[in-house]
Design a protein around this ligand. Structure first.
Ligand SMILES: *Cc1c(COP(=O)(O)O)cnc(C)c1O
Length: 378
């Protein structure tokens, strides 16, 4: 059986990147390693659409999130938390661990936090030091209107801190133009790499806050990282084999062009949603994003067992819902190194496994709707 990975992290990795990972390990302080880090940092600025520095941390995405919290907030400072799912809850967990005074703006899973809700929170809490939000809520498939959030937060002294893990590189996001002060992403979502690296951008406004906040960390101290990056270096031994491989995947993104990449994801995502609906299924997210499609498991179908059968019989690995959503949704990623024909195959396998489960549907209904939508898109 050919294994086919459709989980919203990790995602498939291009062959040329995998081959780079197979090369011998070099010394991380050698001029070549520094030159690669400098190049990767420049390409990351392009992906983030920022002129500010982007730091490469050797950790999973959560390490980047921890860096964002521990550098920008002193204990007991007020933080507005926008949460619409498990990854919003990840922000809450980190904020709690660092003793923040949390004001939560929360919505039920499947819904999006609206700019109006954030506007109310900002006017009720003018003393908030930062707003924590999620670009693509990978647990529900919701995308947030960060452009609108950015306009609101920019008018206040607060920082806008965004978890862009899974969103960045899959859906439109302009870190500078949208006034995002700190943006975090990880290597294993839309950036076509295995897990192991986190990337964090920091604006001038964020630096002013960071430089006036007591140091509460060591490994994730961004001031240390800033000093090192000025010399194309890192404070500690970086995962430089990963950085070298990330360079290859970033070059692929540059060659495609970020606008083309956003358009490709948008076209595949909307065709996928059309396919899902034509199969008689529902898209779970009220405001879906282009990184993944989250499908509500239909009545009478055992969600977890059907996903297992999909993998066992047809080789397609999708992700189940997490926590309270387990068994109720299926998460199908189409970010990164995934094309229209990969997703068409997945839809076709979902049709087959649903038919096996006794669900009534016309074989090819989803596939046909996908093709019609894709053909009409550009
Ligand atoms: C995957 C993901 C994370 C967690 O990242 P790790 O690399 O597992 O630490 C956080 N936020 C979002 C939105 C994600 O998709």
């Amino acid at each position: 059986m050919k294994p086919r990975l459709f989980t919203p992290g990790p995602t498939p990795v291009p062959e040329e990147t995998l081959l780079e990972l197979a090369k011998p390990v070099t010394y991380h302080r050698a001029p070549e390693a520094k030159a690669i880090l400098a190049e990767v940092s420049e390409d990351l600025k392009y992906v983030f659409q920022t002129t500010n520095p982007v730091f490469t941390l050797t950790s999973s995405g959560t390490g980047g999130m921890e860096a964002a919290v521990s550098n920008t907030l002193a204990a007991d400072e007020k933080a507005i938390l926008c949460t619409a799912g498990r990854w919003g809850e990840r922000w809450r967990g980190i904020l709690k661990a660092f003793g923040a005074n949390i004001v939560a703006v929360e919505v039920p899973y499947g819904k999006a936090v609206t700019p109006e809700m954030l506007e109310r929170a900002l006017s009720t809490h003018p003393d908030a030091k930062a707003v924590f939000a999620t670009l693509s809520e990978t647990s529900t498939g919701v995308g947030h209107d960060l452009e609108a959030f950015g306009k609101l937060v920019a008018k206040t002294p607060a920082l806008l801190v965004v978890d862009g893990i899974s969103g960045l590189g899959a859906m439109e996001c302009h870190v500078d133009k949208w006034n995002i002060d700190v943006c975090v992403t990880g290597s294993q979502k839309a950036l076509m790499m295995p897990p192991g690296l986190a990337f964090v951008s920091v604006s001038g406004k964020a630096w002013r806050k960071i430089d006036s906040t007591p140091v509460r960390n060591f490994y994730f101290d961004l001031r240390r990282a800033r000093k090192s990056l000025a010399e194309s270096d890192t404070p500690f031994t970086p995962g430089h084999t990963l950085i070298r491989a990330q360079r290859v995947s970033l070059k692929k993104i540059r060659a495609e062009g970020i606008e083309n990449l956003w358009a490709r994801h948008a076209r595949i995502a909307s065709a996928c949603r059309a396919g899902v609906q034509a199969m008689g299924l529902k898209v779970f997210a009220e405001r879906p994003n282009n990184a993944l499609t989250v499908i509500a498991v239909p009545q009478g179908v055992d969600g977890t067992a059907t996903l297992k059968a999909l993998e066992k019989k047809y080789g397609y690995k999708l992700a189940d819902g997490q926590d309270t959503l387990k068994g109720t949704i299926w998460r199908l990623s189409h970010m990164g190194y995934t094309d229209a024909f990969d997703v068409l195959g997945a839809l076709s396998a979902i049709e087959l496994v649903l038919l096996d489960a006794g669900f009534k549907l016309e074989p090819g209904a989803g596939v046909s709707a996908f093709q019609k939508s894709y053909a009409a898109g550009k």
